[in-house]
Ligand binder design. Sequence first.
Ligand SMILES: Nc1ncnc2c1ncn2[C@@H]1O[C@@H]2COP(=O)(O)O[C@H]2[C@H]1O
Length: 684
Amino acid sequence: MEIKVDVHTVHPARTDRRPPQPKATWCTPDSTPIHTTLTKTRSNIETKSELQDGQNKDRDLSQLQKVQLFSPSPPPAYKSENDITQADTELKEFKLPSSNDNSPTIPPASEDKLDAIIETPQSPVPSSPSYHQKCQKFAQLSALRDLFVPIDPQGPHYISWLFIMTISYSYNAWCIVLRATFPYQTPSNTSIWMACDYLSDVMYLLDTVFVKPRLMFLHEGFWVDDLAETRKNYRKKSQYKFDVISLLPLDLLYIYFGTNKVILRFPRLLKLQTFWEFHQAIDRVLASPYVVRIGKMLFYIFYLIHLNACAYYAMSDYIGLGSNGWVYDNQGSAYIRCFYFATKTATSIGKNPKPENTIEYLFMTAAWLMGVFVFALLIGQIRDIIATATRTRTEYRKTLDGSRSYLRRLNMPVTLQRRVASWYDYTWSKQRCFDEPRILNSLPSNMKRDVALEVHMTTLSKVQLFRDCTDSLLRDLVLQLRPVCFLPGDVVVRRGEVGHQMYIISSGECCVMSQDEKEVLATLQEGSVFGEISLLGIDGLRRRTATVRARGYASLFALSKSDLDAALKHHKQAAQVLRIRADQIIRENAARQTKQRMIRLEAKKSVSIHEDEGIVRRRLSNTSTSSNLTIEGARRQRSASALSKRRLSAVSESGVVDQNQAATLAVTCDRARTPVPTIVLSGE
Ligand SMILES: Nc1ncnc2c1ncn2[C@@H]1O[C@@H]2COP(=O)(O)O[C@H]2[C@H]1O
């Protein structure tokens, strides 16, 4: 058989799960030329192998085999020229279908690399190799219809079935007692009651005969799906006995006692386990199980009141309806009145009619005791349910209040207090819990990793480092990532400080600032990595090369130096990628600094030239100003002396000078910066 291979590179197809790639995935700024190269790194190699067979040439030529391979290891940005050669090598390694396979199968398209590393949940784990086939069949046909398929006890089909069974059980639980005490079953509606009864009986029968015996079960850590085993397992349980007893056809005795003896259906109430099972199952499945738990509690409360109401009516009927002040007086709707009475007694709310004989006293005492104990228990449970539901929020409030009062006690500035409060607010809105590590730590490590991967998938899928390197790097690092939040303008790393952590942006933006912090060198977005240069210690650089600030609210993942070092020890390729990138940034920054220095030198030069010119000009202007001043001074002196002379002559003419005139004269002299004449200005 001759194989023709046609290899060409294509850009990756996006999967649904992965959000669109941001512009600056890797923290290199948009302006950086390498950015364009790096964004192309996730190239797939799609190979089309055309199979030709000498004998079946026409048919085989139409069958093209498409295979998608991910470009493997070293950073693809630096191996783009070798893509074709590598693809050839990969193709050689690729196992072709055997020559006798006439219908070439199309291998599944390779899954998204990051998606694939999260292990699928194992519920239930198959015990036999035929499990997957069975499950496919299980999905195609309705499992409850196919009698030869085991049933997954956690699957949606079984939970739906349990719901139907719960309705049947609730019908029996409420109506058997109701019809046995109240006169609600009359000859005219007996057929309707009977139809409902037998419908519920059919459900009971199906459950006991066809559903429960096929339920898979866990045995020594494996799910047993063998039908003989599942049947045996069901029969061993006490539930089986109750289920069988609940189906006892005591209603055959209707023939003897009449259809009004509904109490004969009492065994139906023994199927209580199915009711509990439904609540357990739905509790596991629902996002907010508290609703179900409260619903169950309310069911119990109303059922107890219902029983109480039925007992009250039965007692009243026994004593005689309306025969005294305590019994039901046969007015209005019997059930509503009795239910009202039972509620009042059980909750001890309202004025209860006074019992008049021993039996009534006994009834009331029992009803009150039931009210006190059962309701105390139920209300306590409801309180627990609500407390559990709001526990995380309560803890958050406690932490916030504690930190607030602490800061107030220390007399911290109000602005700082506000910053702390807004940090708490933001962190809560982002993470919805402050003790994520504690919750995760209770899980086994592989599960913890899967949870962390699933939770942070959106961000991590955008980190170019994880795309370029092996899956195991992400799996090794994901548990070491610590979520941290920053407020707008917060300094994440400061230039010159010793680096202890590197960061991945989960949401928000961060700005890399220039040396003087006046210019933004790069704006880093979701999925960008920064702070790695000082951790790698390239060229002995252990200190931060730039200040990075949060632009708005920013959520980041911090990775400590020790964790990074430990990971890079085993992932040489990742270390190489980081180094190459760090080298590039260092070179870029150095070039930028040199350029700035040149600009500053130029500016200095031009400033000094201007300064020289200025000095010359100033000197010249100083000389001219001083000569001007001299001329002006002489002029002023002359005019002042002329004025004083004039006034003096006037004084000598009149022979009298008053105080005012003297003052005016003095001022005039002063203004003219001339000494006050030494002549004594007086009437004498
Ligand atoms: N020009 C730049 N472009 C993008 N990121 C940068 C630039 N300069 C510095 N950084 C990042 O800012 C970080 C500051 O701390 P580090 O020196 O540890 O690592 C640095 C880089 O990750």
